[in-house]
Design a protein around this ligand. Structure first.
Ligand code: ZN
Length: 435
């Protein structure tokens, strides 16, 4: 049996940015016999075919068509991005004494204190100009290259009583000592394999270099960067690649920019998912009416990680609807529809888990606390279908080094394999059968 925890830690190592996460997924899709499609070209799609398409190189949607041709869609969506710091366009900042800092801005809502005093590096993409051609190169410095040093306690005796960090002041990483000016651009160009002058623009982000670790009395926990949401991206891809679509079209969607509200051209609040579903249907010969009927009959799991009860602060969690690491896949509920789960989607997904022998846990926030948001309800504004919000229970969400349960990785792969392998057929509004 595949050791999904080790495979996931490999996935994290290869995926320091959203661009790299999508590249790692595309490599796996290539190896699985999937054909890349381009959004800017006509599509040739045939029954039994397997395809994928990227947008912005930071979101990817793959789909597998059954031999019987066009049908409804069974979708798992997750996100490729994680909170981090983005390098500003002009980022070198030489300070007194000649130290070279990098000017960065926040991307998403990270726990800032977790970024101090640990080895960091830089990854993302650069745009390269050669004559009148612009091309994209992914870049990963791949070494301990920068660090954000804490202030010593002697200058801030109250630091352990709570400190308000200022991203423009406290969080600027140190890159080099005196004489380092210009060296970052040169290092990025070397990593991209181009001349320094050829780079015209960049989307570059910090990432934590601390390697993944499996730990605990029974090696029941693991920790690494970007568990939210690459754990769901990895497990959904593993299930998708292992499943055969029979009676429905399987869809894997890993979308960028969830951490900043999904509002980009490649996020869940874009046309990307509907464009892919509609174009796949049209290429298979379905009419507009048939495509709309298929989308209405479709099912989606919006997979984004959930909160495990923190052992030091159990009072923060709802008394009954609380979830634990290694307790199984989490179904997330919210009366105000921050999560899409309702009785129909909860019944479908918990049945799929029961059929696969996977334990299920239910999460809701305390009624006196605001919860987070995710991509399911946003995607539903564009492609509306029965949708369940799920995830795995983890600790320290949005820290630069997060923690989750080893057994849950396997649980999620099995639950999503069940979703991809069994046909969920809508018989009438609110009435379904699971094949
Ligand atoms: Zn997330």
């Amino acid at each position: 049996m595949a050791d999904h925890v080790q495979l996931f830690l490999d996935f994290i190592r290869k995926s320091p940015s959203a661009f790299h996460a999508v590249k790692t997924l595309c490599d796996a899709l290539d190896a699985g016999g999937f054909t890349p499609l381009s959004e800017t070209q006509p599509w040739r799609v045939v029954p039994g075919g397997k395809y994928y398409v990227t947008r912005n190189l930071s979101s990817v949607i793959a789909f597998a068509v059954p031999e019987t041709g066009f049908a409804h869609f069974q979708i798992v969506s997750s996100h490729s991005d994680s909170p981090t710091f983005k390098l500003k366009h002009i980022c070198e900042d030489e300070t007194a004494g000649g130290c070279l800092r990098l000017n960065v801005e926040r991307y998403g809502g990270m726990i800032m204190s977790s970024w101090f005093d640990r080895p960091l590096s830089i990854a993302g993409r650069v745009l390269v100009r050669e004559d009148n051609a612009l091309t994209t190169k992914l870049v990963d410095l791949g070494r301990d290259a920068v660090l954000i040093p804490n202030m010593p306690i002697h200058f801030n005796r109250e630091v352990n009583d709570g400190y308000k960090y200022n991203a423009q002041v406290d969080l600027l990483p140190l890159y080099g000592g005196a004489g380092s000016r210009g060296m970052l651009k040169a290092e990025i160009a070397r990593a991209a394999g181009v001349d320094t002058d050829a780079i015209v623009a960049q989307d570059l982000f910090l990432y934590a270099r601390t390697p993944g670790s499996v730990w605990g009395a029974q090696n029941e926990f693991f920790s690494c960067p970007r568990i939210d949401d690459l754990e769901c991206a990895y497990t959904s891809a593993a299930a998708f690649l292992a499943s055969e679509a029979v009676g429905h079209i399987n869809v894997l969607a890993v979308l960028d920019n969830e951490e900043v509200g999904s509002g980009s051209k490649q996020g869940a609040d874009s046309t990307f998912l509907t464009d892919v579903l509609t174009r796949a249907g049209a290429a298979l010969g379905a009419t507009d009416g048939e495509i709309r009927a298929a989308i209405a009959a479709s099912f989606m799991a919006s997979a984004d990680n959930a909160h495990a009860v923190h052992p030091n602060h159990p009072e923060k969690y709802d008394a009954q609807n609380r979830t634990f690491m290694n307790g199984g896949v989490v179904i997330k509920h919210n009366a105000n529809q921050k999560y899409t789960t309702d009785a129909v989607s909860c019944a479908v997904f918990s049945s799929l888990c029961a059929m696969a022998g996977v334990p299920v846990q239910h999460f809701a926030n305390r009624s006196d606390m605001l919860g987070g948001s995710t991509l399911g309800n946003i995607a539903n504004r564009h492609a509306s279908m029965n949708t369940v919000d799920i995830g795995l229970a983890q600790l320290a969400m949005h820290s630069s080094y997060e923690t989750a349960g080893c057994a849950d990785v396997e649980y999620m792969v099995r639950a999503l394999t069940s979703l991809y392998s069994r046909s969920i057929v809508m018989q009438a509004d609110g009435a379904l059968t699971i094949g």
